[in-house]
Design a binder for this molecule. Structure first.
Ligand code: ADP
Length: 239
């Protein structure tokens, strides 16, 4: 709705400015700042979180609006996933989850790069955030007769069956504190669902408590592009 969009938009600038000042303060190596460093880091963390919520809200409002969206373009999904995995490794940090990616290097997709980035990153980062240190996370990107698929599988805490149908609701969280502590906004899966709808796809979730979860994005085959075909078309476009 317009109201949420306007509020989010208005909040973004001051939050960005606050973040900028905090960064400058924290960059200073004057020892006078030492007693303040720790609390300032906390403030920075919280202001980043607010900015993250605002950005997720803006994206969600945009996804829900019926306005014309830019046409789909070829998206280099394997490269997109590689970049997301780099960020996931940074997020996992000392928890050192082994993250494996098996991606068809020639499988591109027609879509919105920004939206797909957001959807895929949400699923991969959730896997990191809800999986205990050291347990495996596996990402697969492939096509078969039924469509194009992204699978994100973890050996995490799992989800009880009664929660599963509600996970894509806005702000639905199984454990609010847990989600907050790990930097969640409660909007991630609802963004994923909207992005998939926009691409004519769907999200499937299967999980077992204490064993792990599998999130699958299915896209229709007509969005499939081959890397070779995309390059050939670019060459033709240059002539
Ligand atoms: P959040 O920002 O809280 O992670 P999401 O919409 O991304 O919001 O996810 C909603 C809820 O689904 C989370 O709070 C968490 O309880 C649950 N969840 C999401 N991904 C996983 C996962 N890989 N393993 C276990 N629980 C998950």
């Amino acid at each position: 709705c317009d109201f949420v969009a306007n509020v989010s938009h208005e909040l973004r600038t001051p939050l960005t400015v606050i973040g900028g000042y905090l960064e400058t303060l924290l960059d200073s190596d004057s020892s006078a700042f030492d007693p303040w460093r720790q609390p300032l880091h906390r403030v920075q963390e919280q202001s980043r979180r607010m900015l993250h919520i605002v950005e997720d809200l803006l994206l969600l409002v945009r996804l829900e609006s019926r306005k014309e969206r830019p046409p789909f373009k070829p998206v280099n999904a394997p490269a997109l996933l590689a970049a997301i995995v780099d960020d996931a490794i940074a997020l996992s940090d000392e928890q050192a989850h082994p993250i494996s990616v098996i991606a068809d290097p020639d499988l591109w997709i027609a879509g919105s790069e920004k939206e797909l980035h957001s959807a895929f990153a949400n699923l991969v980062f959730n896997a990191v955030r809800y999986t205990p240190a050291g347990r495996r996370i596996e990402i697969r990107w492939f096509a078969d007769d039924s469509g194009i698929h992204l699978m994100v599988e973890d050996e995490g805490e799992g989800i009880a069956p009664h929660h599963i149908p509600r996970l894509t609701e806005r702000f639905y969280r199984i454990n609010r504190d847990r989600s907050r502590d790990s930097g969640g906004t409660g909007l991630g899966l609802s963004i994923v669902k909207h992005v998939l709808n926009h691409h004519g796809g769907q999200l499937r979730i299967s999980s077992q408590l204490g064993v792990g979860s599998l999130f699958t994005c299915d896209f229709p085959l007509d969005l499939r592009l081959e890397r070779a075909a995309v390059s050939a078309r670019n060459v033709t476009g240059l002539r």
